[in-house]
Design a binder for this molecule. Structure first.
Ligand code: HEM
Length: 301
């Protein structure tokens, strides 16, 4: 659902209306992303390269089609990229445009959906947090002037507890077990020198579960973020990365999660049927080998 929605926002892509299988190609690309580089048919690496090639081809064809019929507006990210391409002093070539279009669904793939699974799990097993977030969203509905309107920007900005839940979920969920940085000048740290040119593997969970940074780090406690600026990149919360390579989709992801939780807690209740076990892989982050099965029922008014 998250992939389909994001692909629609990026390039109005609708899998049901095309024979191209963008999602399938992304999955192939992702599953071979960190694999032994043996490029012969059948290996994960080969599938990864093929997935990337096919997904880029689909996106390039869509871009070229749109460039050929500029009169139609789609109001998606591809339209913005095309506007940039047409500027006189542009640096956005066709290659860069395809890279941008390819990179965004990649960043959005499985990050937001895994975070949502964790949010549903954590809330389901912490009744006080579930009660608090439900109170926040029911109060939004109660105070809404036009009852059948969608969520407004003001309502979204008032979701302070929800943002604490997102932070806490990202802290405990740590979707990306590691991120890489290149050292551009010698760094002295605790008596060691990391020489310029080295790669450093930064581990967000090491900060997220450090008891000197977070009291009782293994406890799901959204209230620990109370009164703190809901910052996305800090030493306490590195789930969205940090610095100049901070997640480009952080605000979009938070918005998606908040909207999903709004509908979930105001309209539905759920019980876990089976699954939910998590395995962390360096290449893919968390995976749920047995899925996470819940029975959802509508709340009675
Ligand atoms: C809960 C959901 C998400 C999480 C936890 C997450 C996490 C991250 C992290 C940790 C990084 C930094 C990687 C690094 O430093 O090497 C990153 C980068 C990035 N993310 Fe996300 N992400 C999420 C959702 C999204 C979404 C929805 C999009 C796109 C719509 C997106 C697009 C990107 C892009 C383009 C980058 C690269 C930024 C750059 O290199 O300048 N992410 N994300």
């Amino acid at each position: 659902m998250m992939f389909d929605f994001t692909a629609k926002m990026i390039c109005n892509y609708d899998e049901s209306k095309t024979p191209e299988k963008l999602k399938e190609n992304y999955s192939a690309f992702l599953s071979g992303l960190i694999s032994f580089p043996l490029n012969i048919p059948g290996t994960s690496y080969w599938k990864c390269l093929k997935g990337r090639e096919r997904a880029r081809k689909t996106l390039r064809n869509m871009l070229l089609e749109r460039l050929a019929s500029p009169e139609r507006e789609h109001k998606d990210i591809m339209d913005f990229i095309i506007q940039e391409m047409k500027k006189d002093d542009t640096i956005v070539t066709e290659e860069i445009a395809v890279d941008l279009l390819f990179g965004l669904p990649f960043g959005a793939n499985e990050t937001t959906s895994s975070t949502l699974i964790f949010a549903v799990q954590y809330l389901g097993s912490h009744p006080s947090a579930l009660a608090e977030i439900t109170r926040e969203h029911e109060s939004i509905l109660r105070n809404r002037k036009q009852k059948d309107s969608g969520i407004t920007w003001e309502e979204y900005k008032s979701m302070s507890f929800t943002m604490m839940v997102v932070n806490e979920t990202v802290r405990m969920g740590s979707i990306l077990p590691s991120i890489f940085r290149k050292v551009d000048k010698d760094i002295e740290i605790k008596g060691y020198t990391i020489p310029a040119g080295w790669m450093v593997l930064v581990s967000p969970p090491a900060a997220h579960f450090n008891p000197n940074v977070h009291k009782d780090p293994h406890v799901f406690n959204p209230w620990r973020w109370q009164g703190q600026e809901p910052t996305s990149g800090s030493n306490a919360l590195m789930g969205f990365g940090g610095g100049i390579k901070l997640c480009a989709g952080v605000d979009f992801a938070k918005l998606q999660i908040a909207i999903f939780l709004h509908h979930l807690v105001t309209k539905y209740r759920w019980e876990v049927i089976k699954g939910g076990e998590v395995v962390w892989r360096q290449s893919t982050g968390p995976i749920f080998p047995n899925g996470f099965h819940v029975r959802i029922s509508e709340k009675t008014k």
